[in-house]
Design a protein around this ligand. Structure first.
Ligand SMILES: Nc1nc2c([nH]c(=O)n2[C@@H]2O[C@H](COP(=O)(O)OP(=O)(O)OP(=O)(O)O)[C@@H](O)[C@H]2O)c(=O)[nH]1
Length: 225
């Protein structure tokens, strides 16, 4: 039997020091005790931002101001088929309070949480340190492959890998190959986020600083012109 898809709003809340908020799943829920990003199921008629705002308030007493779309991914559990709508935010207030008996804390991607992360979230934690604006530098390695023009971002620990994409098909391949993000030309953005939500974090080439907010609202981050 096919399970209905459950839409879930998930937040990557990044503190000033760059650490992200993670918490443990409360007792009584599937995967209780596993660590995850804050969020929860969307209610009918809610936008992703509104659902996230509600969940953050209900679970942790945090007030979410601005968040921007990041990417969407699906996963089939035994208990549910979920579509996770990730948004990123650096604009929130309030010290988290565990309202449902969960544990929580702020972590960098290289720090271990006290309990295991949900397996789906493992790769996404590394992506949380992707910058708002991607700056191409001389020490990055460009790999030529037949399938994709792949750019390996060699930061200190080679934590994430991106690919250049021009079509939706390129993006699908990049996702299948476990790339962490794509860089797309401005003119290809809409085609690459077919359906309105990106399958991977997207950077758009040549976004001037003055236009960054507008692109972020549409689900794209920037690459320095
Ligand atoms: N909040 C959250 N859920 C995630 C993440 N990753 C992930 O696979 N999920 C899945 O998305 C679903 C979210 O449901 P939930 O049980 O947390 O939502 P909720 O608080 O609205 O639940 P309830 O109202 O049924 O108690 C779960 O199946 C969970 O395993 C994540 O990083 N954060």
């Amino acid at each position: 039997m096919t399970q209905p898809v459950v839409d879930v709003a998930v937040g990557v809340l990044i503190r000033e020091d760059g650490r992200m908020l993670l918490g443990s799943r409360p007792q009584g829920k599937p995967y209780a005790g596993y660590w995850e990003f804050p969020g929860g199921k969307m209610e009918p008629g809610e936008t992703v931002h509104d659902a996230l705002k509600r969940e953050l308030d209900e679970e942790l007493g945090i007030t979410l101001r601005r968040s921007v779309p990041w990417f969407v991914t699906e996963h089939r559990y035994e208990h549910a088929h979920v579509r996770l709508h990730f948004r990123r935010s650096k604009d929130f207030t309030g010290e988290p309070v565990a309202k449902e008996g969960q544990e929580f804390g702020y972590f960098s991607a290289s720090e271990r949480t006290p309990g295991l992360l949900l397996p789906v979230d493992l790769a996404i934690v590394a992506r949380a340190e992707l910058p708002d604006v991607f700056e191409e530098r001389a020490d990055q390695t460009v790999l030529s492959t037949a399938a994709l023009r792949a750019t390996v971002v060699r930061d200190r620990d080679a934590r994430y890998v991106g690919a250049r994409a021009e079509t939706f098909d390129d993006v699908m391949k990049a996702r299948a190959m476990d790339f962490d993000f794509v860089i797309v030309p401005k003119a290809a953005f809409e085609e690459c986020v077919r359906g309105g939500e990106a399958l991977l974090p997207v950077y758009v080439e040549g976004v001037p600083a003055a236009e960054l907010d507008r692109w972020q609202e549409a689900g794209a981050h920037g690459v320095k012109p």
